[in-house]
Design a protein around this ligand. Structure first.
Ligand code: NDP
Length: 263
């Protein structure tokens, strides 16, 4: 399927590893120029150079923390000076949590609210004007199955990802008249380096069968009995970026191997 994305420009937050990096690869393979964002400059610049060489697209980077208000201004300025604005924004940066509601302090709620919700709010304010000038665009949010079906150990993650889905719906209604389509993807279990690192840590004292640990997680939660690869999730993002998804507006698309236990 020809996706007709060649020559477009995209901002991807959390684009240096995991799902964000796979989305970057997927869009670059379609000829999309990229502005990748993450905090760690070294890994970010390495991946940017690799993608640029592999796909012949332009890739620039902004090493900043999207939870900080000033980052949206930095990213918007770079998008303007490099590409004259962008056509695509992927709000992907995020991370899991571990707490109880009774014990977590306000500061922890503030951290996740800024990372998962306010980063998307501020980047929309910054980048939508450029999309309008360019005749339209696409904004995608990477939330999680946990936005609908919470995991018990991470209430702050569950709540802030649910808020991100509702933000996405509201933004979709506000900008659809400007030919900007806004949607959310809710992945289930996705095998990223972080899952492997945690599995190795958890099994270090008991024989080191980290693959067995991950299989047990998949067996418990996902009827498909395996994790998704980052590429399997990225494929959905790439499709939603294209005009082939032109009637998709304000929706949340699940890709969870059957993990969601409702219809
Ligand atoms: P990874 O931990 O593999 O990658 C996260 C990326 O985000 C990295 O590039 C990281 O780089 C960047 N990042 C993290 N915090 C910030 C920040 N404050 N500012 C800028 N960049 C940041 O994550 P995944 O690929 O696993 O997850 C990506 C998204 O998908 C997240 O929002 C996550 O909640 C969601 N998700 C993941 C699932 C999974 O099973 N993996 C399942 C469902 C949803 P750096 O650390 O250098 O900043």
């Amino acid at each position: 399927m020809e996706l007709r994305l060649r020559g477009k420009a995209a901002v991807i937050t959390g684009g240096s590893v995991g799902i964000g990096l796979a989305i970057a690869e997927g869009l670059a393979a379609e000829g999309v120029n990229l502005l990748l964002v993450a905090r760690g400059a070294e890994r970010l610049d390495q991946e940017a150079a690799r993608i640029e060489a592999a796909h012949g697209v332009r890739v620039v980077t902004a090493a900043c923390d999207v939870g900080e208000p000033a980052s949206a201004e930095t990213i918007t300025r770079l998008a303007e000076t490099t590409f004259g604005g962008v056509d695509i924004l992927i709000n992907n940066a995020g991370t899991g949590s571990n707490e109880t509601i009774m014990e977590a302090p306000d500061s922890k709620w503030d951290f996740y609210w800024n990372l998962h919700v306010m980063a998307a709010v501020r980047l929309a304010r910054g980048l939508v004007p450029g999309m309008k000038r360019r005749g339209g665009g696409v904004i995608l949010h990477n939330a999680s199955i946990c936005a609908s079906q919470p995991l018990g150990y991470e209430p702050i993650y569950n709540v802030t990802k649910a808020a991100l889905v509702m933000f996405s719906k509201n933004l979709a209604n506000e900008v659809v008249g400007d030919n900007i389509r806004v949607n959310t993807v809710n992945p289930g279990l996705v095998l990223t380096p972080d899952w492997i690192k945690t599995a190795k840590e958890l099994t270090a004292g008991t024989g080191g069968d980290w693959e067995g640990h991950l299989q047990a997680v998949a067996d418990e939660f996902a009827p498909i009995k395996r994790f998704a690869s980052a590429e399997e999730i990225a494929n959905i993002f790439v499709f939603l970026c294209s005009e082939r998804a032109s009637y998709c507006v304000g929706s949340a698309f699940f890709a969870d191997g059957g993990m969601l236990r409702t219809i």
